[in-house]
Design a protein around this ligand. Sequence first.
Ligand SMILES: Nc1ncnc2c1ncn2[C@@H]1O[C@H](COP(=O)(O)OP(=O)(O)OP(=O)(O)O)[C@@H](O)[C@H]1O
Ligand SMILES: [Mg+2]
Length: 353
Amino acid sequence: MTEFDADDETLSALPQTGEREVETTLRPRKLDEFVGQPRVREQLELVLESARRRGVPPDHVLLSGPPGLGKTSMAMIVAAELNAAIRITSGPALERAGDLAAMLSNLAPGDVLFIDEIHRIARPAEEMLYLAMEDFRVDVVVGKGPGATSIPLEIAPFTLVGATTRSGSLTGPLRDRFGFTGQMEFYSDSELELVARRAATILDIDIDRDGCAEIARRSRGTPRIANRLLRRVRDYAEVRADGKVTRKIARAALEVYDVDELGLDRLDRAVLTALVRSFGGGPVGVSTLAVAVGEEPTTVEEVCEPYLVRAGMLARTPRGRVATAAAWEHLGLPVPAGATRGDQGGPTLFDQD
Ligand SMILES: Nc1ncnc2c1ncn2[C@@H]1O[C@H](COP(=O)(O)OP(=O)(O)OP(=O)(O)O)[C@@H](O)[C@H]1O
Ligand SMILES: [Mg+2]
């Protein structure tokens, strides 16, 4: 049995129901308001500025990285920086090529088309996208069977911004058609402090420096989580104290919400515990591990693992998942001889299997 309670999602990097509105309020609107990601920011700035000077739409942009790191926010910033309209859709919504054709033919020159979760786009729509991205053209097939003809249709020059949590599942031809790929990395604690500070100002929350630092440290490198923990800590401060968030208040609040010192939540701990206790530390396949904690493999893979890898507690090897020495230590168990020392794998390991 697992100790994970599916309702407990305080630390999930995925958006929760009802969170959309506050997320919109907290979204940075301009590149220089966007905290962190210095590399992606600088690279994008160059791509956008050069396109602006040449008076053409910039190359297509792919943003990849784990949930909650700001891909959607960045896509909107791209449009805002270009003073362009943004049309938003997602891979799963583009089931039929006709859906995509309709979107594409409605674009005005210079528009930004944002396709979220682009790795989930259906094959026929993907193939239509190739031509659209390359030649600003789509071939619309009219009729069926031997009498079917394909009519080429011009579309306005546009910029595609794609977002994906799994750039590894993108096909080669699609990936190759993006002129620029921004790999979003987990945020440092000091960057997350700035994220929390900025959100506190917008939401009018009275919080001191230490309070921000405490939230940042437990946010798993993820702004979405920092913003959520800030709101939970605010609730606690208002109900149990005088509303002001200090380190002491933040610590007490986070304890109530079951957020541990390293920012691991119950699902992370359940994954590590299963790995260590039921599978002797691995190696074990991700599907088997997912079954053991009662979760979908993709949740374990895309939500838990990137952070566990980054925290140096889990290693992804060709033979399966392996618990590192740090994992045994974190669970308070003796480290077996031969356990791997965790390297700071970082998000580059994100797409490996
Ligand atoms: N760099 C940042 N500075 C300030 N806030 C940020 C930053 N990045 C993300 N956020 C906040 O985190 C929340 C989630 O960001 P966003 O929706 O852009 O992430 P995402 O990468 O698109 O996530 P998903 O993969 O789930 O779609 C937003 O509410 C936004 O306010
Ligand atoms: Mg998003």
